[in-house]
Design a protein around this ligand. Structure first.
Ligand code: HEM
Length: 119
């Protein structure tokens, strides 16, 4: 049977919680531009933190009920490092579907799967 992984365990394998907790944009921005700016700021900090990290953190991401270990993939993603860092530790099913990912991208998901997200 495949390993069952809870949302809390998944969240512990991302960087975003830590960065948002120390974010200056408190209270949360209410305008579209404000939210976009806050997201850019988080992405910038994520890349900064990831680049400086030694050893590199273990990164997991959930897609379609599966949990993937994207630690080795993060720097190889053709769509860039930022989005993987941003969605690591969370369920990226929605964002993943907004991009017309190819069949080979979908096949890669199998390769990185380490368990199933507890519903
Ligand atoms: C483990 C999960 C993922 C895998 C294996 C993956 C794989 C890929 C691959 C192979 C490509 C190249 C184009 C293609 O073959 O479709 C790509 C492009 C891209 N991906 Fe992902 N991806 C993942 C997650 C995500 C997530 C969560 C997002 C968030 C929105 C994302 C956003 C993008 C973007 C923006 C591009 C560039 C599209 C373009 O240039 O037109 N990807 N991805």
């Amino acid at each position: 049977m495949s390993r069952q992984i809870s949302l809390d365990e998944l969240r512990a394998h991302g960087l975003r919680d830590r960065i948002e907790a120390s974010s200056s944009s408190n209270p949360a921005p209410t305008t579209m531009m404000g939210r976009l700016q806050a997201m850019r700021e988080v992405e910038r900090k994520l890349v900064e933190e990831f680049t400086a990290a030694d050893p590199k953190p273990t990164l997991w991401m959930a897609l379609h009920g599966k949990v993937l270990d994207v630690t080795t993939f993060v720097t190889m993603h053709p769509g860039g490092l930022k989005v993987i860092l941003y969605y690591a530790g969370s369920d990226a099913t929605g964002p993943f579907a907004t991009i017309a990912h190819s069949r080979s991208a979908h096949t890669m998901i199998e390769r990185f799967t380490i368990g199933e997200l507890v519903p």
